[in-house]
Ligand binder design. Structure first.
Ligand SMILES: C[S@@+](CC[C@H](N)C(=O)[O-])C[C@H]1O[C@@H](n2cnc3c(N)ncnc32)[C@H](O)[C@@H]1O
Length: 378
């Protein structure tokens, strides 16, 4: 048997959303740095060629309990990740010369499978996130592969029983264009839950409210920790500040329209977030906040028909806001904002803020692609 498994490591795979893999990778790196980096002396993060799977390797010195905790913390925050599973097997199609299903099948049989719990019942789900060139096109392949893997596991551990309905351990296999990843499911992100928190579920509805998944991703990109203080200077009916509250992040929301501030307050009261969130009826261009009091800015300024800029052009509004916020922010703090993709303000804004900028494009619908800008003050 070939021994290609390094047992000195704990290896976890995170399956990223296919919507925007670059954004997903940046979110992962940022949240990992905020939550976990300081806790581990040795770790490695690797992203595979298809940009859909991130491999997190922790050293043997990491206690199982700490590894489990950090993975759970990451899953609690990340919204551009679907699931995390712990490695049992990984086959790179090019490295192993896998060009057909029988090659894959043979390689699965030759390889070591790392099984941690030989007595727990198990189930297997195999998913395809890409079609490998020239083979595995047939849909029944996923079923056949799960049967073969199941047989291999039972041959190794006869006491390990299959239970498809309610297994103690759920194995997940992912086939992409480039490889096969297989392991025990650790958990799912909150993505499905967050998706349900649309503006329609709130007592005060406003059509300008942003998709909660993107709001949560933007808060993650701002590298904010629990108890930090976020500023949302164009807070509208409160989508962003409420998502921050759900992550244990305190916030201040500013809104110029009296009726909308009232609505945001109704929303905060309904979800019981008023204790860690403050709302100000005011102007983002006239902020009375002292330097060092906030931890970062996350915002979705008004554009389109649903939210008004109150007579100023959007580029002017944003540039004037950057002039207002620049003296308040400290080095390494971030400003994350979403604007229409055709608006070119990043050069001027980064000069004002004295910041580097990361840019991500997010398709919304035919007539709107958003640009997510992440400014990091130098
Ligand atoms: C796109 S909405 C924000 C939506 C919010 N992120 C959400 O998901 O619920 C932008 C808001 O900015 C407000 N606004 C416009 N100009 C402003 C200004 N100068 N200061 C503060 N708020 C302003 C608008 O009234 C609008 O409600």
């Amino acid at each position: 048997m070939e021994s290609d498994l390094d047992l000195s490591n704990l290896i976890f795979y995170f399956l990223l959303s296919g919507e925007n893999p670059e954004l997903a990778e940046f979110e992962f790196q940022t949240v990992f740095n905020v939550l976990a980096k300081g806790q581990f002396k040795e770790y490695a993060i690797n992203i595979f060629s298809d940009k859909r799977i991130i491999e997190l390797t922790l050293s043997i010195n990491t206690r199982q309990i700490d590894a489990q905790k950090i993975v759970e913390d990451l899953l609690d925050r990340l919204t551009q990740v679907h699931v995390c599973f712990k490695r049992s097997l990984n086959l790179d199609f090019i490295k192993y010369g896998i060009k057909s299903y029988s090659d894959l099948y043979r390689q699965v049989h030759k390889s070591n499978l790392y099984i941690q719990n030989p007595e727990k019942s198990f189930g297997i789900i195999i998913k395809r996130i890409g079609i490998p060139k020239g083979f595995l096109k047939d849909k029944s392949i996923t079923l056949e592969l799960s049967r073969n893997l199941g047989a291999k596991i039972q041959a190794l551990y006869p006491q390990k029983k299959v239970n498809l309905r309610n297994p103690d351990e759920q194995f997940l296999g992912i086939i992409s264009e480039y490889g096969f990843w297989f392991g025990v499911l650790i958990g799912s992100s909150l993505r499905k839950e967050v998706r349900k928190r649309t503006a329609h579920t709130r007592p005060f509805f406003h059509p300008s409210s942003m998709n909660p998944i993107l709001l949560r991703t933007m808060i993650n990109l701002a590298a904010l920790k629990t108890n930090d203080l976020m500023l949302d200077p164009f807070c509208g009916s409160g989508g962003g500040v409420m998502e921050a509250a759900r992550m244990g992040i305190r916030s201040i929301g500013i809104e110029i329209d009296k009726r909308i501030v009232w609505g945001a307050f109704q929303n905060l009261k309904f979800f019981e977030y008023s204790k860690i969130t403050s709302l100000i009826h005011g102007d983002a261009l006239n902020i009375c906040i002292s330097k060092g009091s906030i931890s970062g800015v996350v915002t979705d300024p008004p554009y389109g028909t649903a939210a008004s800029t109150k007579g100023i052009s959007l580029p002017k509004l944003i540039i004037r806001f950057f002039k207002e916020i620049s003296p308040i922010l400290s080095s390494n703090q971030r400003v994350v904002l979403a604007i229409p993709a055709n608006l070119e303000i990043e050069e001027q804004a980064s000069e004002i803020l004295h910041a580097s900028v990361y840019i991500f494009y997010q398709y919304v619908h035919r007539s709107l692609t958003r640009k997510i800008l992440v400014f990091v003050k130098k």
